[in-house]
Write a protein that binds this ligand. Structure first.
Ligand code: ZN
Length: 101
C-alpha cells in the first residue's frame, strides 16, 4: 500500500521505488488516447529516479508531443468503471488545450 503524495510537487520528487505498484496515466491532447504505464516497468527501464526525471522524457509515440494531462494513480483505473474501485490519483501535469493545426 503506497501513501498518496500530498501534492503534485511532492509526487514529482518521489522515487519510483517508493511508488512500486503505482501507475502513470498519460493522455495525448491531440489523440485523446490514454496510455497506462506501470511504474515498476519504468524503474527497470530508467532506474530508480524521481518521477520528475521520468516525466520529462515522456513523449507521445504517435506525434512526439508532450502528454497532458498526466496522473499518478494507485491503480490502473482513475475513474469508477468496471472491476475494482479506483484508488487515489494525483494530477502531475494539468490538461492543456491543443492548438488547432
Ligand atoms: Zn500524440
Amino acid at each position: 500500500m503506497v501513501a498518496k503524495p500530498l501534492s503534485t510537487e511532492a509526487a514529482l520528487d518521489v522515487r519510483l521505488s517508493t511508488l512500486a505498484g503505482c501507475w502513470l496515466e498519460l493522455r495525448c491532447p491531440r489523440h485523446q488516447g490514454i496510455v497506462l504505464y506501470p511504474l515498476d516497468l519504468l524503474r527497470r527501464q530508467h532506474g530508480d529516479r524521481p518521477l520528475r526525471a521520468i516525466l520529462a522524457r515522456f513523449r507521445c509515440q504517435r506525434c512526439g508531443g508532450p502528454p497532458s494531462p498526466v496522473y499518478l494513480c494507485e491503480t490502473p483505473q482513475r475513474v469508477p468503471g468496471h472491476g475494482a474501485p479506483p484508488g487515489w490519483s494525483v494530477e502531475l501535469r494539468a490538461p492543456v488545450i491543443p492548438r488547432p493545426t
